[in-house]
Design a protein around this ligand. Structure first.
Ligand code: IVH
Length: 667
């Protein structure tokens, strides 16, 4: 192979992809292909430094990963574990080891904690560094955050110069619920499971948040200069130093012992106060580790038995379609109650008609139900021969179950939609969405009350909420609401008029315009009027929005009844201005400024993008007359010319950095 040529090729391909990724938002390689090129280039550059290009993209690659924390190379790589999914995999594991060694060996069986692994380094009895696993070779320095975890000792009696322990940082099921509850009250996106919550918390920049969240850490590995005979002895020692070592772990003499222990763990798993997703089996005799050996990713002396997702069988009593606010039909399973993972399941999702037909799921059939973590239970499929039992085949709805309009399927999609703008099902869902916590957050308007108001003809459209005060007496008689409750309700409706406008925009329920997007759009356009007046080109140019969002806004605005609805909301005094703007704009240097980046800069493109975002600037992909600045590195081309032609201010890297610094100092 011509090494010099290959290095050049790799540099070019990586550069092209970087440009497509960072400038055009359109990479031509997926992440794993990109990683392969980078690692090939890195390997060649190390082996043949004489051919290394001084401007090699490798100089930047490291920075493309999380820049938030500094990088630390692990002294010993942090390996992962091979997985076993059944008894056969475990038997193989055992047989392989028996082939390698004639020595007697036994095992140590531990719960597999569902969290994130951490390496803790102590020197002379002091915790000096804490590093995440990262890619196994290099992790992120999260020492500050680890200091906030009470159960991790900061000082230990072992005064070795170097002592490293590894373990799993986790959140208890209860603390996880508490965090999500708080997030719910603050109308933030919830964590999907305790592992994500633990990982999200540990990778927070603000260690005060970490302190509040009650993370813990089970320790399961020792790297130090003491020579223990067994892994279990090393854990006993760590326990004596004050580390949390899981007391459910125990020795197993043979494969039968291992099976029994796995069985016990799977039975008690739901009662534990933390999540476990399997059981880790390790050879206990440390002197065998080198002999049994390693692959590049995992040790061969340990294996993780993964619990299967919890599956139960029950009878499918009925299939019920529901209509969402966009008109999409979701089919739901009504089930004979069954307990999975400690909760009684009475319904599960069947997604869409395609899902049901492709799995030949039929009413009255026995079906398998799966529940994994906090995810909505799902029907996996039938377990009987439906033909044999002559159960009627499922037929998809052709008409909306609420308004009877014909259901439609958009090109290239599988979901069915009711496209009747006046469908009552959609309307009720839209009303519910408008008042929901994530949108206008009007307390007291439960689904039940909305239905009652609807039945009494008091609401049809969202602006009707703001006329309810005219019907105070009528509402008091509804569902024994009473004077006080109605006053509270009317007051909450009145107060919602002054919500910051991104809540109203989200409440309008425009397709593809979610909560975060609403916020981004209004931080750019300042008020909803400006946003609705923006051209398609202006919208599509904003890098976070993309064509789908832009099309959706433009088509929503092209429907007369939508604009009438918006006007009526304005007539009733709803705020359409982004109130966060005022706080953000106190110190405008780059806040709300539209910025384009071009040329080679001294740090990865992502560094500057993050800096702009953190300072509330808006990154655009191309220069127009509305661009405020061009941040311009070396060897800039077209964009620089265009900026000059359009009189857009050009900032070199240093000018730009001093602008941002000034702003940060002022804050
Ligand atoms: S031992 C070389 N023990 O599971 C030893 N890992 O799927 C490597 N984990 O990366 C780890 N509980 O984050 C070990 N008792 C336990 C564990 C455990 C959870 C995690 C760990 C590892 C992952 C592999």
């Amino acid at each position: 192979m011509d090494i010099k040529k290959r290095i050049k090729e790799l540099c070019e391909q990586i550069e092209i992809n970087n440009k497509r990724y960072y400038e055009d938002d359109n990479p031509f390689l997926d992440d794993s292909e990109y990683d392969m090129l980078v690692s090939e280039l890195r390997g060649l550059e190390t082996k043949y430094p004489e051919y290394k290009n001084p401007n090699s993209p490798i100089n930047y690659v490291g920075g493309f990963a999380a820049d938030k924390f500094s990088k630390v190379k692990h002294k010993n790589p942090m390996l992962s574990l091979a997985n076993a999914f059944n008894i056969n995999d475990l038997k193989n594991f055992y047989t392989q080891i028996s082939k390698i060694t004639n020595d007697n060996f036994s095992f140590f069986v531990e719960p597999k904690i569902d969290g994130l692994s951490i390496s803790l380094i102590y020197s002379n009895g002091k915790l000096i560094k804490a590093v995440t696993r990262g890619d196994g070779n290099t992790g992120e320095d999260v020492t500050e955050n680890i200091f906030q975890i009470k159960s991790i000792p900061k000082f230990i009696l072992d005064k070795s110069e170097y002592l490293e322990v590894r373990g799993e940082v986790y959140l208890s099921k209860n603390d996880f619920k508490k965090i999500n509850h708080e997030k719910f009250l603050n109308r933030e996106k919830l964590f999907a499971n305790p592992r994500n919550a633990a990982s999200g918390t540990l990778r927070q920049l603000d260690s005060e948040i970490v302190a509040k969240r009650n993370l813990s850490c089970w320790i399961y590995y020792y790297f130090g200069n003491r020579n223990f005979t067994t892994h279990s002895d090393s854990l006993d020692y760590l326990k004596s130093l004050g580390f949390m070592v899981n007391s459910l772990s125990s020795k197993a003499n043979n494969i039968n012992d291992i099976f029994l222990k796995i069985e016990t763990f799977s039975k008690i798993r739901n009662e534990l106060e933390y999540e476990i997703d399997g059981v880790v089996i390790k050879v206990d005799q440390l002197n065998l580790y080198e002999k049994i050996g390693y692959t590049s990713k995992v040790p061969k002396w340990a294996i993780a038995f993964k619990f299967p997702a919890e599956v139960k069988i029950t009878k499918l009593l009925d299939i019920v379609p529901t209509i969402g606010r966009t008109g999409r039909v979701t089919y739901n399973a009504v089930l004979e109650p069954v307990i999975i993972a400690g909760t009684t399941i009475r319904s599960a999702t069947l997604h869409n008609a395609e899902f049901i037909i492709s799995r030949d799921i039929r009413i009255n059939s026995a079906v398998k139900i799966k529940k994994a973590g906090d995810i909505i239970p799902e029907v996996i499929g039938s377990i009987v021969d439906n033909e044999f039992f002559k159960l009627p085949i499922f037929e998809k709805e052709t008409q909306c179950p609420i308004c009877n309009s014909c259901l439609e399927i958009f090109d290239g999609e599988v979901d069915q939609y009711c496209n009747n703008e006046n469908c009552q099902g959609k309307l009720i869902k839209k009303l519910e969405h408008f008042v929901s916590r994530a949108a206008m957050n009007i307390e007291g308007l439960s689904e039940k009350i909305i239905l009652k108001l609807y039945d009494k003809n008091l609401i049809r459209e969202i602006y009707d909420f703001y006329d309810l005060y005219k019907h105070r007496d009528e509402i008091i008689t509804l569902d024994k609401m009473g004077d006080k409750l109605v006053s509270n309700l009317l007051n909450a409706i009145e107060v919602s008029k002054s919500n910051s406008a991104e809540l109203l925009l989200f409440g309008l329920g425009i397709r593809h315009i979610g909560k975060k997007m609403s916020d981004t759009l209004l931080s750019i356009f300042n008020n909803i009027d400006n946003l609705f007046k923006a051209s398609f080109e202006e919208l599509v140019e904003i890098s976070d929005i993309g064509p789908m969002g832009a099309i959706s806004i433009k088509s929503w605005c092209s429907v007369k009844s939508n604009i009438q609805l918006y006007e009526k909301l304005k007539e009733r005094g709803l705020n359409i201005v982004y109130s966060k703007m005022k706080q953000k704009n106190n110190n405008v240097n780059i806040a709300s400024k539209k910025i384009v980046i071009t040329g080679s800069l001294s740090k990865p493109r992502k560094y500057f993008e993050d800096l702009i975002k953190r300072n509330s600037g808006i990154i655009m992909s191309s220069i127009t007359s509305k661009t405020d600045f061009l941040l311009c590195g070396l060897n800039a081309g077209n964009k620089l010319n265009k900026a000059k032609n359009l009189n857009v201010k050009v900032l070199e890297e240093n000018d730009f950095l001093s602008l941002v610094e000034e702003e940060n100092e002022n804050n």
